[in-house]
Design a protein around this ligand. Sequence first.
Ligand code: FE2
Length: 376
Amino acid sequence: MNTITLENPAPQVSTDFMPLLGTDYVELYVGNAKQAAHYYKTAFGFQSLAYAGPETGVRDRASYVLIQEKMRLVLTSPMHSDHPIAEHHKKHGDGVKVLALWVDDAYKAYEEATRRGGKSYMEPTTLTDEKGEVKLAGIHTYGEVVHIFVERKNYQGIFMPGFVKWESDYNPKPSGLKYVDHCVGNVGWNQMNPWVKFYEDVLGFRNILSFDDKDISTEYSALMSKVMSNGNGYVKFPINEPAEGKKKSQVEEYLDFYEGEGVQHIAVATNNIIETVTDLKSRGVEFLKIPASYYATVLERVGQIDEDLKPLSELGILIDRDDEGYLLQIFTKPVEDRPTMFFEIIQRKGARSFGKGNFKALFEALELEQANRGNL
Ligand code: FE2
């Protein structure tokens, strides 16, 4: 059983200067949003929600908004090469541009964040249409990623002004994905602590867990990680940096191929990971393979669980336990040709941690993939 280091117990303050209601949406800049949208519908079970593009008066880009339960995914491509989105895609390939934060007061969130040192990305803006108004404002974070504060309490429309309902005749079933559990950033050497401080100072987050290179290393691959959480725990951003190992860290491989810092994975919650992962596999989603040896001893480590071990081992689902319960998790292979962003599917059964006990098995699986790419 692994032990969890609680860095900072909840501070004895009653006001949270940056109250967040959750993740509003995740936006990826991609090479071909039309095809990416098809992939996320077909493979992951997202539903068509909204669209903006030339047909709706937006001349320079096309954006497809998909939804599954509470998770909104926006996929955007530029119309021309001389566009900042085209530059972003040329450098990074497909990747996350926006981690949007749902707030009650976007102007106040922006005012607080910039006053505390956050660098402005988008001045406070109010968008209106016949369904009401959405207020937006944004700040930069690591790499080229930004946080946009979204205030939608006075909006009854489908997504936000400028978007129309996306009616599609192709509507594959949902896969049981519910909401964004956490989003992990990979930052450069010695950059973890500066970004931890950024989330503390600018957004009022706390460091709730830390993993050093002894926790997270195999013979070869090493990294360090600190988990940042907002006050109510609805938004969690672990930050990874590479650590020295015998060979190249998996975080370093990401930084090389993403050509900079960025989002490593998005963890999405489900209430039934066996059903969801069985479904995702049948739709063509590829997952990391876990050595069979993992399952020979896992129950000695985590104790009794509700699920049968057989389907978990057949699917390659990992198990970990902390003081509050246990969790089940699995990681996809990267969802683009560059070995960059991937997804995690997670089912929490009490546990609020991040699967530290799985790191060794997981990284051995990752290294196998990295070696197959010739990058270890
Ligand atoms: Fe994760």
